[in-house]
Design a protein around this ligand. Structure first.
Ligand code: GDP
Ligand code: GDP
Length: 436
């Protein structure tokens, strides 16, 4: 499982700054769930190929009388769901009353904790650090987050706590077929859908050797195709559908997304698409996973409502018009079978192989149709293209000054490659390399 790191500490110690540094490697798209988790932010980053999840909390504010309770609860909840805590303090403020209270909580919480003294820039590190031994959390780590000083060392050393953490390799679990995660907000109908999919006549569910009934991986076969369902809804552990075994967990959802080949994103037709859905989708895209969209609870909608929802989706989901979208009723089983075809298509698109020759020829054709622009009087030259990765497909384009291609040309390439290679359901990445 991907390690989860929580950032806790008073307001203004630099948590958001560190959060941005730690998740910047992948554009810092963040699953931010107002309402559900109030001010906890979730993001993903990587050291080399090893991914981690970072949770940023609203922080504990130090009023004279003590802790702001709601803030403290946020921190305590984040600490509980984390594997490792970065407890941040401010080098310029010394040890404060709130620091002491949070430290006390952390000493008994039983979580690996790294004390981080931020804003050491311009200060004498050796003397400033001494103060913070008082917190009883071991050796403080000096950081200047806003200067990006110490960040790489901090995260690299932190990941050494997790020797089992490994790159998520789409091929690693081969033999268990297409890894499928069903995700979405609470109550959109995930468990109903999972039960419907597994309960279908044409589905054979296997008991995986070496795993117990409460495993979150459920292998099954349908019409000769192997799948492994990653069960975030805890369906298998419920005695019946009405028993909620565990609360909805964003962390579990994010981990399932990372481990999946294809994500079925469930929306509730009655809400069409809301901010929280979009945040989750951004996380899926950032992780490079394939997507099939399922608009659930399509039963019980008036024709007018259906028209409205369709218009809404057209407008707000145009940024991923390459993903299949199905209107389903998990409750009645309507259209649920169609999801499998789209899942297969998305998986094939995400994992197909193309030779360098094929991609280069294709690219040459596109260049002939539309020349790249001139830069400083010299034309940008695209020389050859090769496949640099799968799930998602990474297309690497070599040439001269290719890093100067305007974004309109990026879009032209992406749309054309998508169309000609017949890619549905998967994001595509492009890398541009000049002069080799
Ligand atoms: P948060 O409330 O804990 O999330 O703190 P922020 O990340 O919003 O930072 C609070 C303030 O501290 C901002 O003005 C940052 O620019 C500043 N800050 C963050 N890191 C550093 C640092 O390493 N050195 C200095 N001097 N200022 C910093
Ligand atoms: P989860 O929290 O996403 O796992 O959602 P559940 O599967 O527990 O479903 C939440 C509620 O929505 C339950 O009351 C379900 O009976 C209901 N529900 C699920 N799918 C459908 C559907 O297709 N149509 C209707 N009308 N209700 C549904």
């Amino acid at each position: 499982m991907t390690p989860v790191i929580a950032l806790v500490g008073r307001p203004n110690v630099g948590k958001s700054t560190l959060f941005n540094c730690l998740t910047r490697t992948r554009d810092a798209l963040v699953a931010d769930w107002p309402g559900l988790t109030r001010d906890r932010k979730y993001g993903e980053g990587k050291v080399g190929d090893i991914p981690y999840i970072v949770v940023d909390t609203g922080g504990v504010s130090g009023y004279e009388e003590g802790l702001d309770l709601e803030m403290a609860e946020q921190s305590y909840a984040a600490i509980q769901e984390a594997d490792l805590v970065f407890f941040m303090v401010d080098a310029r403020d010394g040890v404060t009353a709130s620091d002491l209270m949070l430290a006390k909580h952390l000493r008994t919480a039983g979580k690996k904790t790294q004390l981080v003294v931020n804003k050491v820039d311009g200060l004498n590190e050796d003397t400033v650090l001494l103060d913070f031994f008082e917190l009883g959390l071991g050796e403080p780590f000096p950081l200047a987050a806003s200067h990006n000083r110490g960040v790489t060392t901090l995260i690299t050393e932190a990941l050494e706590w997790f020797p089992d953490a490994e790159p998520i390799d789409p091929d690693a679990l081969q033999g268990s077929g297409i890894r499928l995660a069903i995700v979405g907000r609470p109550n959109v109908g995930k468990s109903t859908l999972v039960n419907r999919m597994l309960g279908e006549e044409r589905v054979v569910v296997f008991d995986q050797p070496g795993t117990t009934m409460d495993s979150i991986f459920i292998p099954f076969e349908r019409e000769g195709v192997d799948y492994t369902l990653i069960d975030t809804a805890g369906v298998r552990r419920r005695k019946n559908i009405t028993e909620a075994v565990e609360k909805f967990s964003i962390i579990k959802t994010l981990q399932a997304i990372q481990q999946a080949n294809v994500v079925v994103m469930v929306l509730d037709a009655r809400d069409s698409v809301v901010e929280q859905d979009l945040h989750m989708l951004h996380f899926v895209l950032q992780a490079g996973r394939s997507v099939v969209l399922a608009v659930n609870k399509w039963d019980n909608m008036t024709l007018d409502d259906r028209e409205q929802v369709k218009k809404d989706l057209d407008r707000r989901m145009s940024f991923m018009d390459w993903a299949d979208l199905h209107f389903i009723s998990a409750k009645h089983g309507t259209n649920v079978g169609h999801l499998f075809a789209s899942v297969q298509k998305a998986y094939e698109s995400a994992t197909k192989q193309w030779s360098t020759n094929h991609l280069t020829e294709l690219m040459n054709g596109l260049v002939q149709e539309h020349q790249p622009p001139l830069v400083n009087g010299r034309r940008i030259k695209l020389r050859y293209a090769h496949l640099g990765g799968r799930n998602p497909p990474v297309i690497v384009i070599h040439g001269n000054q290719v890093e100067k291609l305007p974004s309109s040309y990026h879009r032209y390439l992406e749309n054309s490659f998508r169309q000609i290679l017949d890619l549905r359901g998967t994001p595509i990445r492009f890398e541009f390399r000049s002069g080799e």
